[in-house]
Design a binder for this molecule. Structure first.
Ligand code: NAI
Length: 325
């Protein structure tokens, strides 16, 4: 048996947590031969609910689940963590302005970044799911100066998967055959899902669709507002699809993509004119536990305009929290 991997999950009592933990423990994230230790963090008032989730995890008798702990202390949850999935965040309450939301989350992610800095494995792979995900990841990264910045990522994979299935539906082809799709920018309705380079079964998606009006006026708004459409239909925000995207993100990062493109929110290295350290959705490939931003893609005028818009939003978010960092 391999040495167990320590996976910390925050917001463990929440709805994404409930859709995520069982799949991690069953081996869907790190492989069917990889034992895991779950280190679960939630607020003090959610500890009883976490105990309930742990009872259910126990009752699954997962062969790969070595052990688990629950805590309300980030330094306990992140101790020696190899992977940290930061789901818990402050939701927007009634009458709460976006700036208040940013501040409330900034406080959570400065504390959690500092705890990761102090106690996590030096190679910890961090995925921030809790919104505003890109800015929360930026705050955690800046609060963890002793860890490599590249260890901090944000989840754009749900946007990527949403875009892929819209394209499969439009072209009548299988979603599994889509390659070279990417989503640029912020996890928000300003994200830019870009299928200019995408292929399905080797054919160009752009040529198959050949309809820029559909791209600008149907596809991008549908993907951008999908989260709101799910809240409207379900009365609750997306949870199973968000958990699935988190599994995809970590699995691909750890186990590799065999040259295939996926989308990850990662600290910019200046690629495509995105200011360094901005946590931005980019097309990446993963190999040997490292991601690499796909280089050399041509950015046309329409794409540049979309990228500028999502970047401007991210920079405004960053400005909103600069006093805390
Ligand atoms: P939820 O409200 O069901 O659960 C959140 C959990 O986090 C609760 O158990 C809460 O007690 C806990 N929590 C709050 N503050 C915490 C802290 N400081 N430390 C530890 N735990 C804390 O919410 P749900 O549906 O599970 O969503 C979680 C987050 O994921 C939200 O911010 C949501 O907006 C975001 N999200 C992100 C997506 C993405 O694609 N990046 C997609 C869908 C949701």
């Amino acid at each position: 048996m391999k040495k167990p991997v320590r996976v910390a999950v925050t917001g463990a009592a929440g709805q994404i947590g409930y859709a995520l933990l069982f799949r991690i423990a069953s081996g869907e994230m790190l492989g069917k031969d990889q034992p895991v230790i779950l280190q679960l963090l939630d607020l003090p008032q959610a500890q009883k609910a976490v105990q309930g989730v742990m009872m259910e995890l126990q009752d699954c008798a997962f062969p790969l689940l070595d052990s688990m702990i629950a805590t309300d202390n980030p330094e306990v949850a992140f101790k020696d963590a190899d992977i940290a999935i930061l789901v818990g965040a402050r939701p927007r309450g009634p009458g709460m302005e976006r700036a208040d939301l940013l501040q409330a989350n900034a406080q959570i992610f400065t504390v959690q970044g500092a705890a990761l800095n102090k106690v996590a494995s030096r190679d910890v792979k961090v995925l921030v799911v809790g919104n505003p995900a890109n800015t929360n990841a930026y705050i955690a990264m800046k609060s963890a100066p002793d860890l490599p910045a590249k260890n901090f990522t944000a989840m754009l994979r749900l946007d990527h998967n949403r875009a892929a299935s819209q394209l499969a539906e439009k072209t009548g082809k299988a979603v599994r055959d889509i390659e070279k799709l990417c989503v640029w920018g912020n996890h928000s309705p300003t994200m830019y899902a870009d299928y200019r380079f995408a292929t399905i079964g080797g054919e160009s998606v752009k040529d198959l669709i050949n309809d820029q009006d559909w791209n600008a006026n149907v596809f991008l708004p549908t993907v951008g507002k999908r989260g709101a459409a799910i809240i409207e239909a379900r009365g609750l925000s997306s949870a199973a699809s968000a958990a699935n995207a988190a599994i995809d993100h970590i699995r691909d990062w750890v186990l590799g993509t065999n040259g295939k493109w996926v989308t990850m929110g990662v600290p910019s290295d200046g690629s495509y004119g995105i200011p360094a350290e901005t946590i931005f959705g980019f097309p990446v490939t993963c190999e040997n536990g490292e991601y690499k931003i796909v280089q050399g893609l041509e950015i046309d005028a329409f794409s540049q305009e979309r990228i500028d818009k999502t970047l401007a939003e991210l920079q405004a978010e960053k400005d909103g929290v600069k006093d805390l960092l």
